[in-house]
Design a protein around this ligand. Structure first.
Ligand code: PLP
Length: 501
């Protein structure tokens, strides 16, 4: 199976090249030329295996130039019971509220308490193997732009991995105190963390520009290095996310919540469109998904896009209590557009050009029709996010984080508006303890303590839930990184950090 660039069909690469390179030369994203297709029988067979078995089957079908042993090794090393707190890395909590059936797929039991671990625990294994196949001996420099969770998950995945260096850029005022602390205290000899004076979109654009800057790339090459990406623009990030939609479906069948062949909906709190896109791939591979419900916070550029067909990033940027979704340029939408246009690279390139030059593009009537068929978009502001956390906790005894609450709220809007009561998988994307202040103030009427870890303890006492051990351990950890830079200084910061500036 080969991969194309969304902006140039003539760029054809293998799976390992796509993963090693991260992004195509002209700025497009790599997409598979075709997809493995599974019959209901084959999906039924997956119910007989565990998460690791499902991951080996699905990822093996995509990674043609990997041996079965290489895939097994990677999967077994990534999804251990030790790292994910149990044999099933992503258990489901079922909530029946009135006539609504919600399956909260908890993707945050990994080492950094956010769903990014599901992909970033395995990406380093895939990437180092890809590098060996395609450019033996070169050191990979992983640049990451983060709205909070990717940064920590990538640092944790890549720390002390031979042949790699990793540098993370995060918006100085755009992450939660816990997220900041997680990154500032990161261990490892090959890691660095830099705050930028700008928002996530500035960080992401800055990183993409460095990736495609010929002068900088040449400089790296002279020093036997090359850039790669751990953001969801890298195919190696998206692929592992397809697995958990199949796995959730299998678990729902095994746990008697649905019958094999029944349709489900999927609702995802969305930022860069990676997670929801993985579910769209799963549907195209045979998983019976009826509707994709795309949930946004006050940064509702995707809601407007899905409803009108016009993507317009020229709008106010809000800093919200669900910071991992504070994004106005959703990178992976480009992959969706490629598939919805049946692989029209010229059309995608032209829309992306309009977006970067004019800040806006409108899709054709044909694409809009397909969007309507598959997607439903909705949004939820901070006040309603908090009300949803409070209500879920008080009525269902379920404590969720701010991002998950956005998804639950939007799902309820969807069910109300459409009357569609298909059982729905809601992606639960982070531990409530990563956003202790917003969550605690939603469930408790007491005055808030002002220290982050006092809030964590108060939340645990109030709700009688456990603080994830890696977060509790941060209380006494030493901060290692306090660097910050202007957006314009990012290229120089990278070269300086690599000591080749
Ligand atoms: C990254 C993140 C999201 C958004 O996911 P995308 O794949 O970027 O759409 C949602 N919630 C949390 C907690 C996240 O960390």
């Amino acid at each position: 199976m080969k991969y194309n660039s969304t902006r140039n069909k003539n760029a054809v690469v293998s799976a390992s090249q796509a993963i090693a390179q991260g992004i195509s030369e002209e700025g497009g994203l790599f997409v598979p030329q075709d997809l493995p297709k599974y019959s209901l029988e084959e999906i039924g067979a997956m119910t007989k295996t565990d998460y690791r078995g499902r991951a080996k089957k699905i990822m093996g079908d995509f990674l043609e130039d990997f041996t079965a042993d290489e895939i097994s090794e990677s999967v077994d090393a990534a999804y251990t019971a030790e790292k994910f707190g149990g044999e099933n890395p992503c258990p489901i909590s079922y909530i029946e509220s009135g006539n609504k059936k919600m399956s909260l797929l908890e993707l945050w039991h990994g080492p950094t308490s956010a769903f990014k671990d599901m992909a970033l625990q395995i990406l380093p294994h895939l990437l180092t193997k890809s590098l060996k196949k395609t450019c033996d001996g070169k050191q990979a420099v992983i640049l990451v732009a983060t709205s909070g969770d990717t940064g920590k998950a990538a640092l944790e995945g890549f720390k002390d991995v031979d042949g790699t260096k990793i540098m993370v850029f995060y918006p100085e005022n755009g992450v939660s105190p816990m997220q900041k602390r997680q990154m500032a205290t990161q261990q490892g000899g090959n890691v660095s963390v830099v705050a930028i004076k700008g928002n996530f979109d500035d960080a992401q654009t800055g990183v993409k520009k460095i990736f495609t800057n010929k002068e900088i790339k040449d400089k790296l090459a002279e020093n036997n290095m090359l850039f790669s990406s751990a953001n969801s623009i890298n195919w190696g990030r998206l692929l592992p996310q397809i697995v958990y939609y199949f796995s959730a479906y299998c678990d729902m069948v095994s746990e008697g919540k649905i019958k094999l062949g029944d349709e489900i909906n999927v609702c995802v709190p969305t930022g860069n469109f990676g997670n929801i896109l993985a579910s769209f791939y799963a549907m195209n591979m045979g998983l019976p998904i009826r509707k994709f419900i795309c949930a946004s916070n006050a940064n509702n550029v995707l809601t407007d896009f899905i409803r009108t067909g016009t993507y317009d990033k020229k709008r106010h940027f809000y800093t919200t209590i669900s910071p991992s979704m504070d994004i106005l340029v959703s990178s992976n939408l480009e992959r969706l557009l490629y598939h919805l246009t049946d692989g029209n690279d010229a059309a995608v390139a032209s829309m992306m050009k309009s977006l970067s030059e004019d800040g806006v593009y409108t899709v054709s009537g044909d694409i809009k029709t397909k969007l309507d068929k598959y997607f439903w978009g909705g949004c939820c502001d901070d006040e309603n996010t908090k009300k949803t956390i409070s209500r879920l906790y008080k009525e269902e005894n379920y404590l969720c984080d701010t991002h998950t609450a956005v998804a639950v709220n939007v799902y309820e809007q969807y069910a109300c508006e459409t009357g569609d009561l298909t059982p729905t998988v809601i992606a639960s994307t982070a531990s409530p303890y990563k956003f202790a202040k917003a969550v605690l103030s939603s469930v408790s009427d007491n005055a808030l303590p002002d220290d982050e870890f006092a809030m964590v303890d108060a939340l645990s006492a109030e709700t009688k839930t456990e603080v994830p051990a890696p977060l509790a351990a941060l209380k006494n950890a030493k901060e290692r990184f306090d660097l910050s830079c202007e957006v314009e200084e990012m290229p120089q910061t990278v070269l300086g950090g690599l000591k080749i500036g």
